[in-house]
Write a protein that binds this ligand. Structure first.
Ligand SMILES: Cc1cc2nc3c(=O)[nH]c(=O)nc-3n(C[C@H](O)[C@H](O)[C@H](O)COP(=O)(O)O)c2cc1C
Ligand code: SF4
Ligand code: SF4
Length: 370
């Protein structure tokens, strides 16, 4: 069965919604070509900036997450490594788009990056945490759009009010798309799940004991998804790219169904290799087929109308044929409303507060809410 993975981003059609996100996976021409060979819909180049940053930084694998403090690349080095015209041609010949991520401070810097790269990019993204003067954002977006390129901003914040202000500002500035990311959550980890920090502990600062940004975490993915949902409720017409913690095709499906038009992945490819992209694209097709859809178009925003619709409270029911008596529901029920008796779960309706936890804990599909 053939699945149509195409998705719309602003005025552009992507061959599939999976983008390589800016980072060490996209900081060289050779890496960009490999990502394109993995069939990604597009690549965000490693952030370019107009000031030289020290190239000593920390990265660490953490339990269920990743820690990163890698800075942007100075434009001269960026141009040398990325070989933008070659990257662009390679991507285009294989139907992928090339998007330039920018850590710029103002519209003059945007203009400078554009003037050195514009024939060779489909779009430009301003990473908002680095942009200094928000009154200057409309001018920055005008520069991008005057070159007929897709203009987007990348943002994340720790509360919805801050996000809403940034979105309103971006909408007023005329962007085509919003890339919603985990906020630059600073983290500090002494991760004893790996051996290196334990060995290093008496010698020098421990990996992760510097401030880095947490990426690659499922918890952040859920946070990003809530923001995407809220953005699409408020601005259904804006294109949204979501990134943070995506590791599988099911994760992509989830993010698309709460409203993302495309997604971007980074940490999973650092940890697993670039083949992760191929795997995730294949898994997305599989889950679309399993759920009886035929295109990405059908699943984008699927849950926007249905989610959080008030309905009559329904108590769980237990299918005793499927119940194995594993007790996961009993262990976790906050109200002791479910007990395993004679190897089968039994519900006490008088105690059940209909929180749904038992349903999510059961690995055997034995609990239903219908
Ligand atoms: C080592 C590393 C370097 C990164 N560098 C950049 C960057 O230069 N510019 C940028 O916009 N995002 C950068 N990011 C953030 C990623 O593009 C992505 O948005 C974030 O990691 C969340 O996705 P993930 O959980 O799939 O990694 C970097 C992430 C990592 C892990
Ligand atoms: S979690 Fe599911 S299988 Fe396990 S005891 Fe409860 S209902 Fe039965
Ligand atoms: S819905 Fe919540 S309260 Fe009711 S049985 Fe399940 S876990 Fe317990």
């Amino acid at each position: 069965m053939s699945i149509n993975l195409e998705t719309k981003l602003g005025y552009m059609i992507l061959k599939n919604p999976i983008l390589a996100s800016a980072g060490p996976i996209t900081d060289r021409y050779e890496k960009i070509t490999r990502l394109v060979d993995m069939n990604v819909g597009g690549v965000y180049t490693k952030s370019v900036c107009l000031e030289r940053k020290p190239r000593n930084f920390y990265m660490a694998e953490l339990r269920g997450a990743f820690m990163d403090s890698e800075p942007c690349l100075y434009i001269e080095e960026w141009l040398e490594r990325i070989k933008i015209s070659d990257s662009y041609k390679y991507a285009h010949n294989r139907g992928a788009v090339l998007l330039v991520e920018m850590d710029v401070k103002n519209s003059n810097e945007v203009y400078e990056v554009l003037s050195r790269t514009y024939p060779y990019a489909d779009g430009y993204e301003i990473h908002l945490p680095h942009f200094k003067d928000f009154n200057d954002l409309p001018q920055a977006v005008r520069h991008i759009k005057s070159h007929d390129k897709l203009a987007s901003v990348k943002l994340g914040a720790n509360d919805w009010k801050a996000i809403k202000d940034l979105i309103n500002l971006s909408m007023r500035s005329g962007v085509d798309a919003i890339h919603i990311n985990n906020p630059d959550f600073p983290g500090l980890a002494l991760d004893l799940s790996t051996h290196v920090p334990i060995k290093m502990i008496n010698l020098k600062p421990v990996l992760g004991s510097v401030v880095g940004w947490i990426t690659g975490s499922a918890a952040l993915r859920y946070y990003v998804q809530k923001n995407i949902y809220d953005i699409k409720q408020a601005y259904p017409e804006i294109s949204v790219i979501g990134s943070g913690g995506i590791r599988s095709g099911k994760d992509v499906f989830e993010m698309l169904s709460v409203g993302a038009d495309a997604v971007a992945l980074c940490s999973v490819a650092i940890l697993e290799g670039f083949e992760a992209f191929k795997r995730v694209i294949e898994e997305l097709s599989k889950v679309i087929i399993e759920l009886n859809f035929t295109s990405v178009n059908e699943i984008t925003g699927l849950l926007l109308k249905e989610l959080f619709k008030p309905g009559p409270p329904i108590q769980p029911s237990i299918n005793t044929e499927l119940c194995t008596g594993c007790k996961l529901c009993e262990v976790s029920c906050p109200n002791n409303a479910i007990r395993v008796i004679n190897n089968k779960a039994v519900l006490d309706p008088a105690l059940c507060v209909i929180c749904g936890l038992c349903y999510s804990r059961c690995r055997f599909g034995a609990i239903k809410f219908s």
